[in-house]
Design a protein around this ligand. Structure first.
Ligand SMILES: Cc1ncc(COP(=O)(O)O)c(C=O)c1O
Length: 382
């Protein structure tokens, strides 16, 4: 007899990203579903990993991260957001943003605590809250521009609220916060004990000359925030699983208590390589122009199709409204797009706890020009 214990996450099946990628492979479709580049990181960065291995950096890294990387991150944070921090006590290197999110939630959310999540949301948020015994409180972003409904956020806060989770530039919509949003956020949390978790993995992908409004810029927000980022997108290396979290000393201490027993430490040669690579700020400062060119190519290519493109101020995702093409629910349409037309996309409805159908799918444009052109040609036939 096989024992089957009661599931801690009974609602969770295989993620939509895995499902759509498998379907794309099966049907030879262009995979614009899961968010990863179809090109490699800079060869110079790859060489730095090999160099770190040859230099003997192959054993456990310190729990918090390799000191050279922590220092490089502190410099980057100060350069980008004007925040001076103590690398030894306020930054921790993590196994991607996913581990940072999970460890932060496990560190501060107690059974019965409420956690506010803005939907649509990255798929790991709600399971992390449930594993911690917390209760997700879901607040949908505004239809159309995916703006934060600050009134609704304020109304969702009560004395059980432990944490508010934010993700800007937003996956899947690309929405970004402006200074007025940070003002509103300051006002919403002032006088409360609510902590913040800001998932900023697409921090360097903000377009059309706009400035990225990291929570790290505002002392009144940073003093209660876990600010999380990842090298997955910034360095085209989703498979390396190296990220980091910036948080005030007290929050970092709690974070590390969990991180220590989740992974203890992160891939040592990668940390050394990234530390050396970040010495040149071009490593991240050129990213917006690089992806803006891809966004513009993709949008121009789809302009003549029946898809209606939503604004894309950030991230490497483009949302497309297909109401003029079909009345099918999003998941059925995304599957048919893959099987019948050969382009995989992500139905946005699955990124809500209770699916909200708006006839919108997400395409990832982190692809080589020929991949994008192939997808454009196929989508033109829809
Ligand atoms: C919003 C968001 N958060 C977190 C992650 C996970 O990042 P990582 O691959 O560094 O774990 C992703 C990856 O797609 C993401 O889009």
């Amino acid at each position: 007899m096989t024992l089957r214990p009661p599931s801690k996450l009974p609602q969770v099946g295989t993620t939509i990203f895995t499902v759509m990628s498998a379907l794309a492979t099966e049907h030879g479709a262009v995979n614009l579903g899961q968010g990863f580049p179809d090109f490699d990181p800079d060869p110079r960065l790859q060489a730095l990993v090999a160099q770190a291995m040859r230099a003997g950096h192959n054993q456990y890294a310190p729990l918090a991260g390799v000191p050279a990387l922590l220092e490089a991150l502190a410099e980057k944070i100060e350069r980008c957001y004007g925040r001076a921090c103590d690398p030894g006590r306020e930054i921790t290197v993590t196994a991607g943003a996913t581990e940072a999110l999970m460890s932060a939630v496990l560190a501060v959310v107690h059974p019965g605590d409420e956690v506010i999540v803005l939907e649509p949301a990255f798929d790991s948020y709600v399971p992390a809250i449930r594993l911690a015994g917390g209760r997700p409180v879901l607040v949908p972003l505004a239809p159309g521009d995916y703006a934060v409904p600050w009134k609704a956020v304020r109304a969702a806060i009560n004395r059980r609220t432990r944490l508010l989770m934010l993700n800007f530039p937003h996956n899947p919509s690309g929405a970004v916060l402006g200074p007025a949003d940070l003002d509103a956020l300051e006002s919403v949390v002032r006088g409360t004990d609510v902590l913040l978790l800001s998932d900023e993995v697409s921090e360097h992908m903000v377009y059309d000359g706009r400035r990225f409004e990291s929570l790290a810029r505002r002392p009144a927000l940073a003093e209660r925030a876990f600010v999380i980022s990842s090298f997955a997108k910034t360095l085209h290396a989703t498979g390396w699983k190296i990220g980091y979290v910036l948080a005030p000393r007290e929050l970092t201490e709690e974070f590390r208590r969990v991180h220590q027993f989740v992974v203890f430490a992160v891939f040592t040669p990668g940390q050394h390589a990234i530390a050396a690579y970040l010495r040149d700020p071009a490593a991240y400062e050129t990213l917006a122009a690089f992806y803006q060119a891809k966004r513009d190519r993709f949008r121009a290519g789809l302009a003549g199709t029946r898809f209606r493109l939503l604004p894309c101020p950030g991230t490497f995702y483009q949302l497309a409204d297909y109401a003029a093409i079909s009345e099918e629910p999003e998941e059925a349409f995304a599957r048919r797009l893959t099987t019948d037309y050969g382009v995989a996309a992500i139905p946005v409805s699955v990124l809500y706890e209770r699916p909200i159908e708006r006839r919108v799918v997400r395409f990832c444009f982190a692809k080589q020009e020929q991949t994008l052109d192939r997808a454009i040609e196929r989508l033109g036939r829809v």
